[in-house]
Design a protein around this ligand. Sequence first.
Ligand code: NAD
Ligand code: UGA
Length: 459
Amino acid sequence: MAAQLPRRICCIGAGYVGGPTMAVIADRCPQIDVTVVDLNAERIALWNHDDLSRLPVYEPGLDAVVARCRGRNLHFSTAVEEAIAAADMVFLSVNTPTKTRGLGAGQASDLKWIEASARTVAKAARGHTIVVEKSTLPVRTAEAVKAILGCAEPGQSFAVLSNPEFLAEGTAVADLEAPDRVLIGGEDPEAIEALAAIYAHWVPQQRILRTNIWSSELGKLAANAFLAQRVSSINSIAAFCEASGADVNEVARAIGSDSRIGPKFLKAGPGFGGSCFQKDILNLVYLCRHYGLQEVAGYWEQVVSLNSWQQHRIARLVVQRLFGTVTGKRLVLLGFAFKADTNDTRASPAIQIARDLIEEGAHLQILDPKVSPAQIEADLGQPPGQGEASWAPCASLEQGATGADALLLLTEWQQFSRIDWAATAALMRRPAWLFDARGSADQQAARAAGLNVWRVGEG
Ligand code: NAD
Ligand code: UGA
């Protein structure tokens, strides 16, 4: 069947997924007009900012893609209904965080933004519209979306597809340009082929997987659950290495050399963060309970429990190594983003570790190349300050390290692997510590500079 390539696409949600995904589609398909819409006018203004270093999402290479397409066939706008009315395909790429109250609070995904955007599509769409779930959604959400769209007015018709996104932050552009696979779930062959035709501009056919809609929704949740499980597995082994004298890097190499297991996602650290792993597993847990699968729910829940244990464990061992108290001590957090190469702090392990240390009375100096002090303030729920139980942004490593008792490496930013340890250690109060929760610092140099060094997973 010769697929009908959409001429106009609208994407609702100009966030970490909507922005980069649509930018790459616009780049690869110059004949398609792409409009990304959002209710958040400030975010849209930043996407339209002349200074590309101010895009609201920091991703390596994204500025160049946006520079090529913006104003040509890529537009960012707050005129949501207008863009929907003009489009023959609408992506729903809105946030789906964990519910904070009511039924399923703390586990189920909050679908209010998906419902609101589906209702806006129902109201504004004209003619035949293919609606694509890009957000990560609980299995069978498409049923709800279809029900909302089912009350179509005369002159409207809809097809609903699931097309979850697998990009990782920090490598979003590379992941979008060369995905391992694109997953399209649906029932309407014409709609499936129309979406596949977009990706076929740059993704080989064998990587475009077509499934039923429920497998596609679940495939996304399960992929994140498997990835997060690997992180919790290696972090559990890291704790055991520390207790037993083994080294987690060597163990990871031993495990990862087995071609059935593979070497990726075996890096021990302060626990996984990011907006999705915890939310998606908790959602899976909630759905398992809903279907009466208690044991399956318990199995996956443990992946999240181990992750929060790892975060508390790191804060605890810092306190223990610093003679059992950090009250009034100056500690420098190197990194606050949940991983390198992103400005995203959602569910960052640094947040929990910082909170635990502030609770213990420490004064934290926080240094991150891409995270703003305003974001840190929002995440920690307290303004910057001085003295006991406080935090302050630090302008430079020199400023932060002066008089500090310890440095905690929490995000594996490249620049932290190139620190001049002799110069830094000279500024600190002795005995001084480096706690390397990412295993990415030059330990030898830090030790040679007279620092005590703890590294995750080193026995
Ligand atoms: P985000 O919060 O960065 O962006 C969502 C945007 O949607 C916000 O800007 C919000 O203002 C907008 N929005 C919400 N309701 C709206 C409405 N009714 N009309 C117009 N705009 C509306 O979220 P994100 O990180 O881009 O994630 C979006 C979805 O993609 C989530 O389901 C997430 O699980 C999934 N996902 C995220 C990633 C990631 O790396 N962040 C990767 C894969 C999948
Ligand atoms: C993850 C998945 O990798 C994406 O495929 C998925 O699309 C996305 O979630 C999503 O649904 O949001 P992301 O969270 O952006 O992407 O980043 P990852 O590279 O997966 O890292 C997640 C967390 O695990 C980070 O805190 C990272 O530091 C940690 N991690 C990862 C480790 O501690 N060790 C590892 O070996 C790998």
